[in-house]
Design a protein around this ligand. Sequence first.
Ligand code: TYD
Ligand code: MG
Length: 458
Amino acid sequence: MSKIKTAFFCQQCGYESAKWSGRCPSCGQWNTFVEEKIQKDVPLRNTSWKQPELSAAGNNNIINLAAVNGAEEERLLTPDAELNRVLGGGIVPGSLVLVGGEPGIGKSTLFLQNALLLTHITTLYISGEESAQQIKMRADRLKIQNDQFFLLTETSTQTIFQEIKKLRPQLVIVDSIQTLQSPFIEAAPGSVSQIRETTAEMQRFAKETHTPVFLIGHITKDGAIAGPKILEHMVDTVLQFEGDQHYAYRILRTIKNRFGSTAELGIYEMTGQGLRQVTNPSEILISQREDQLSGIAIAATMEGMRPMLVEVQALVTQSVYGTPQRTATGFDLRRLQLLLAVLEKRGGFHFGVKDVFLNIAGGIRVEDPAIDLAVLCALLSSYEDVAIAGNICFAGEVGLSGEIRAVNRIEQRIAEAEKLGFEKIFISRYNKKGGHTGKFDIEVVPVGRVEEVYRQLF
Ligand code: TYD
Ligand code: MG
């Protein structure tokens, strides 16, 4: 009943087509179609509707929802509080979690470390990327002993499932999904149809046995998890491990989570003995400095649900070229250009003849709009060459007409700034409605426009 067939798959979005075409009709990308051999099972169509055996008690495909045991199964807590939080409170039995990240960022380290720390359950770590010796060396480096940790260096899903049946692990980690190969599909490992099939097999295994499965996945150049987009739909949770290779800090972010909030994130530091949880990120992100330097402003940002104080560094210099340069690291370049335009138009500053360099310290990337005010003040501080006092921080979004807009969770931001010893925080006047001033020891300065901030600082 089956025959070998080939089909064309868009390597970008996973769209399947019988014919090759230059442009994918689904995602609009050019030159993404690759022919892959697939083996299609054509099942016997059940065309007869005549014998409905629904009345028989033996039918177990259709379930009465009322009869389903709705109690939430107990989650498996890992010793890693950051990972637990990112997963929404521990590992859900039978869940399929996809973890993406650039090569070398520390995905294998993170999951090897966590699996080794889970000494009370049987864990199977399937690696198609490293040999047993390499993993052993890494485990020795992490200095964790665990005799319930098993290793399988295999890529064929058929063999993997045979081994799983023998071992009956309570947690399975696959490193990586791009190396797996299903014998039912002819295409090469890492191709769209292989990834789709092997993920589906893993999903079936996870759901039927209630075993949690973690799939580690590679990331393409533009930051998406390699493989079809549908991969993200097939799994319950998608995590992303990110960070700058040149810095030690790593952020584990939730992109999708069927069992919890996507606003959570975990912060780690890569050390000689693996990843270390960072429980107080603000302290490390603000550089210790003795003397006051111009061009530095501290922003009270939120990363997910967590307040975090970050240091914004700006350098504004006379431009030597005809076209002034603008560079931003850790901050959106277009947003920087927008803020410069606001300063030019509303404040009368001549940034048009200046080179502007902006950097968020610590190698992290901030997308919270509340960082705007600190960016703007760092730019002004460097422009004027006047340092901002080290005990001041900022939280506010800047609008196109130079107004300082309200930001969310202002109380948490103020509380964090206070905890870290700041004495003054500039916030939007429109945030003041709640009347936070009395509640904190830190001085809360409400401002409505960029000019007001300028007048108070310089
Ligand atoms: P790895 O987990 O192999 O990355 P991925 O699986 O995401 O490709 O991490 C590799 C990097 O981590 C490598 O550059 C070395 C570094 N590392 C440490 O700094 N300390 C350690 O204890 C370990 C195990 C790795
Ligand atoms: Mg790896």
